[in-house]
Design a protein around this ligand. Structure first.
Ligand code: OFO
Length: 165
């Protein structure tokens, strides 16, 4: 079963995934208000996926004899400077999430909690995919350019990225 330290780390990760979900929901709403309909849809879906990540951890903690805690989520940003900023912030956030997952994986390895180590491999793969997706989205801004119908086209292409998830 889980040590107290591992349980605390997993609860911290639950909080991070919950925060990701709230953050992306807020970004989705902002995109909606700016007319970036495809990006909004992409982010609503992404927000739901983050909630699934949170629940995956939630169930694991309780199944392993711990106590999963519903996180308090505050301080979510509501306004953004541009569509590009939204995706820059997503990449930055996902890199932080990856570092957090990696440090828990490392802790599990050091403490020989191989069950949790194994459970976390799904997240290792997922994080690699999420970072790639955020980088792909950001590349669109450089490839297409934001002038004229550029932003409209970028929004369409972001909608098409979802298939790549
Ligand atoms: Fe949960 O993968 Fe993003 O944060």
């Amino acid at each position: 079963s889980l040590t107290e330290e591992t349980e605390a780390l997993l609860n911290k990760q639950i909080m991070m995934e919950g925060k990701s979900s709230a953050y992306y929901l807020s970004m989705a709403s902002w995109c909606d208000t700016q007319g970036y309909a495809r990006s909004a849809q992409f982010l609503y879906t992404h927000s739901e996926e983050e909630r699934d990540h949170m629940l995956r951890l939630f169930n694991y903690v309780n199944d392993a004899g711990g106590h999963a805690l519903q996180p308090e989520i505050t301080g979510i940003k509501h306004k953004f400077k541009s569509l590009r900023e939204v995706f820059e912030l997503i990449l930055k956030h996902e890199i932080e999430v990856t570092l957090s997952i990696n440090s828990i994986v490392d802790h599990c390895f050091q403490t020989k909690d191989f069950a949790t180590f194994n459970f976390l491999q799904w997240f290792v793969t997922e994080q690699r995919e999420e970072e790639t997706l955020a980088r792909r989205a950001l590349e669109l801004f450089d490839i297409i350019g934001e002038e004229g119908v550029g932003l409209w086209t970028i929004d369409q292409e972001i909608g098409n990225l979802e298939g790549a998830e």
